[in-house]
Design a protein around this ligand. Structure first.
Ligand code: SAM
Length: 243
């Protein structure tokens, strides 16, 4: 049974400069800005995302699939339009997609009939503990205020079964909060995250092991971006306490 809890949200975000590069802003909760942006982008997201080069999402889904049995449970955080992840996985696994944008979920439900999608905020959704064999988060945690990242990583660790895998792309740079005032023509969009070393330390602190990570450069149109692509595992068993 999935129950939606309430998040604190909607505090105003400070003014930023126009242009692609993120600028420092107030670190209050900007999720309304993220929702509004992706609601507006939903119908043209795939066209834009498919041109990002190199395309890494399929490579990381391959990595996860190599480790999953058919029928395993997979949770995708920030499932977007359902492409390419749900489209690939929903008919062969027990797939659940979660996205904070109602419009993204509407498009995903249309694109992937076999998928199960929920509207909700990954920071405060109640999901069953120890349920999922894999959790995927592509380009989504980068929109969550970074002060929430440690707790979110602990939640993801808890949602995984012992031995389950996380596949995610996180920020590679230290950005407390940044806004592009008109991202892809839909108005303001928000990002937040830590540098690669801090992300790796947070994964360890959340309880993950077998952590592998690479910073990869990609082209989004004319713009070069860099994210930390990582895989990690919830330990199969919890080590016994000494004494
Ligand atoms: C850059 S898009 C990526 C979508 C998809 N993962 C992909 O690779 O095409 C980010 C997605 O994360 C969702 N998102 C952002 N913050 C979220 C949150 N707190 N909880 C759930 N979804 C969120 C957005 O609505 C959006 O659909």
């Amino acid at each position: 049974m999935l129950v939606q809890r309430c998040c604190g949200r909607g505090a105003p975000v400070g003014e930023g400069e126009a242009g692609y590069h993120p600028v420092m802003v107030d670190d209050s909760d900007p999720m309304d800005m993220v929702i509004r942006g992706y609601d507006r982008l939903a119908r043209r997201w795939d066209q834009w995302a498919d041109e990002v080069d190199p395309p890494l999402r399929d490579r990381y889904v391959d990595w996860l699939e190599d480790r999953l049995d058919l029928g395993s449970s997979v949770l995708e955080l920030g499932s977007g339009t359902g492409r390419p992840v749900a489209e690939r996985l929903a008919s062969r696994y027990r797939y659940l997609g979660l996205d904070v944008s109602t419009e993204m979920v509407t498009v995903a439900r249309r694109n992937v009939r076999a998928g199960r999608f929920l509207v909700g905020d990954m920071r405060c959704v109640d999901l069953p503990v120890g349920q999922f064999d894999g959790v995927i988060a592509f380009y989504s945690i980068i929109h969550v205020p970074r002060s929430d990242h440690p707790a979110l990583l602990r939640s993801i660790h808890g949602w995984l079964r012992p031995g389950g895998y996380l596949v995610a792309c996180l920020s590679s740079e230290d950005l407390a909060a940044g806004v592009d005032e008109d991202w892809l023509g839909v108005g303001p969009m928000y990002w937040s995250g830590y540098d690669a070393d801090t992300n790796l330390r947070m994964l360890v602190a959340a309880g993950f092991e077998e952590i592998h990570a690479e910073v990869v450069h990609q082209m989004e149109g004319e713009d070069e971006v860099r994210f930390l692509w990582c895989t990690a595992r919830r330990p199969v068993s919890v080590p016994a306490m000494p004494g």
